[in-house]
Design a protein around this ligand. Sequence first.
Ligand code: NAD
Length: 471
Amino acid sequence: MQSSFDVIVIGAGPAGYSSAIRCAQLGLKIACIDNWCDKKGLVSLGGTYLNAGCVASIALLESAKIYQLLNHNLEEHGIRAEAVSVDIPQMMQRKNSIVNTLSRQIADSFAEHKITYIQAKAKLLNERLVEITPLDKTASSILEAKHIILASGSSPIDLSCAPIDNEFIIDTTMALNLDAVPKRLAIIGAGVIGLELASIWNRLGAETILLEAQESFLSLTDQQIAREAYRIYTDQGLELRLGARVISAKKGSKKVTVEYQDNDGTHALRVDKLIVATGRKPNTENLAAAEADLLLDENGYVHIDENCRTNLPGVYAIGDLTLLGPMIAHKGIEEGLFVAEQIAGIHNPVNYELLPSVIFTDPEIAWVGQTEQALRAMGESIKIGTYPISGTARAQAVGQTEGMVKIIAHADTDVILGVHIIGPQASEMIAEAVLAMEFSASSEDLVRTIHAHPTLAKALHGAALKLKSKG
Ligand code: NAD
């Protein structure tokens, strides 16, 4: 194997694989090193996002939605289904096969672009050298490159009061690999991951209780949308206990006892499974040798400048490793492309202001730009238009009427400052808002844009029209 490259990428998650492929497209000689393997020890490119995150979660949620439809919502369609049952191992097999297909597509793309893929654990020795140790820990070797891109991702944060055993107290990866529906399930953390997992298991029949330390719900989301989400989720049967800080979790022979504190004192819950979904931390442990002097902050995030450059010349860090932007796959992908192009002499920076956020629950939540509370805190002069999803003929026809679209524009200039959606296909609908805002569109521009009828996107048009009538 050759040992000298233009670029070495450490990590083959969305940030790493997109960076490696873009580097290759720009004529650079690339090696990409990744140590993820599946339960059988086989290569599985794609990182957390593919193997134990978004894709796995969306695949299971889709199955759960079908199960719920068959169980509860078919009669109004005039369809009767009898003896509907759920086969979790088959559901997991479908999810795994989707993951495998997508992972193979990355491997095929690596082969097509002549990227050298190495399944190993990589360690940065200095700004030019990377040590690689095969997973069977046989002899290490050293590779050299002119540029090194760190993209080793993140992993779940442990909670010392709820130690993971992956039988009763499980992490977010195991929560996507259960072999049966727990009768009673508690989830610590009502953040993005907690809510996405709750949406799956609640639909499959688990009594699901979310314990969230914060008093406010989805504090980074526009609070009008968060209130709507809270109402919809609780109507769906999710039990959301806010201001509930978990202080201990003990497993018995068949159940877990979770203790938490809220304003009323200390409470105990007995559940069949407990998922810990209390955030993620960057994978920087052992990523660099001490002598490399890679600068990290006190929480282990790699220190970078606005161009994703670390303190070591020629070494970049992207994706979940840094605090520049949220831990979301498409942020990593954009940074991967940006760094690859930077190395090739093209300057095409990421517009962090317009990164869309998505929560893949049902209904979905998606937004771009500023929230109403942030704009009011900044003293901006704003106007707001909202439109219910139920106001669109499409939503009525498909029977998914929950949710709303909210557009915030500058009161004087009419330039759109934020778009917030809760509803079916919100993750798809937000693309129009991102594009509009990339072109500094006004709400008038949205009004003048012809939307196909009947579509869910007509709710965006409806919200823009409401703004116009106030302007
Ligand atoms: P999070 O920080 O969004 O939520 C964790 C929650 O756990 C917090 O609200 C916190 O208050 C709560 N918590 C912590 N300790 C607690 C305790 N002892 N008792 C009760 N509650 C406690 O983290 P997450 O949901 O794990 O997600 C991690 C990261 O991954 C986030 O940055 C998220 O945006 C990202 N992510 C994004 C997507 C997506 O874009 N769809 C999907 C998955 C993950």
